[in-house]
Ligand binder design. Structure first.
Ligand SMILES: [Mg+2]
Length: 227
């Protein structure tokens, strides 16, 4: 096993969480559509293959735009999310130990901007919102890297930094992290929401703080600790 050089993180459930376990898409849909009904139906339709991911993003974002969504409003809404305990400290420690850090997530870039203004990440693969000069939402670019695509994002990261996948780790919590956890040289299931992720992960952590993740990565010249 080669020492890990890069650690990629999921966001919802891994770096931030919501008291009612909602993700940022649901928060925005609830704000701009008044309930989660449409949101839940779109999720079911997407899972049933009725439309692709890009279309799903477009449906939601178009609705927010038609209701005049602004960056300020959306940033306010994002505050309903909470940082996972010790997230900033853990990322800082890992960075200090020489690891490259990245995000591979189906969240909105706004969440990263609001919660991690110190920019600890070398690379962020996520959905990007576009605002005009007045702060009005005018569009979005859907990520190609959610679900199965998360594994491709890790491949791209590895290539960009001339690393092998073996030298890249991933930390995530849910079903959309299974493929990338399998692709990574070392993977951590953080408060896993599905037994499938536990099965494929090299290490499982159940904690209300991200701090135990730092214990697994003692420094980029050393191998991570297996269970
Ligand atoms: Mg997640």
């Amino acid at each position: 096993m080669k020492p890990i050089q890069l650690i990629a993180f999921d966001v919802d459930g891994t770096l931030v969480e919501h008291p009612e376990k909602l993700v940022v898409w649901q928060l925005m849909n609830r704000r701009y559509l008044g309930s989660l009904e449409v949101s839940d139906q779109r999720y079911r339709d997407f899972m049933a293959g009725k439309f692709d991911y890009e279309r799903w993003v477009d449906l939601d974002v178009s609705d927010w735009m038609s209701r005049g969504a602004t960056r300020a409003e959306m940033a306010e809404e994002v505050k309903a999310l909470e940082l996972i305990g010790g997230a900033h400290e853990t990322l800082a420690v890992l960075k200090e130990r020489g690891y490259k850090l990245a995000v591979i997530s189906g969240t909105l870039d706004l969440v990263i901007e609001e919660f991690f203004p110190e920019h600890p990440f070398e690379e962020i693969f996520t959905n990007k919102l576009h605002f005009d000069e007045a702060g009005k939402l005018v569009g979005a670019k859907a990520t190609n890297y959610d679900m199965e695509g998360k594994a491709h994002a890790l491949e791209e990261l590895a290539q960009r930094f001339s690393l092998s996948l073996e030298e890249c780790a991933f930390v995530g919590d849910h079903a959309n992290d299974v493929a990338v956890a399998q692709a990574a040289g070392f993977s951590v299931a953080f408060n896993p929401k599905t037994p499938r992720l536990e099965e494929v992960a090299d290490h499982v952590i159940r904690a209300d703080s991200l701090a135990p993740v730092a214990e697994l990565f003692p420094g980029s010249h050393l191998c991570p600790r297996k269970e």
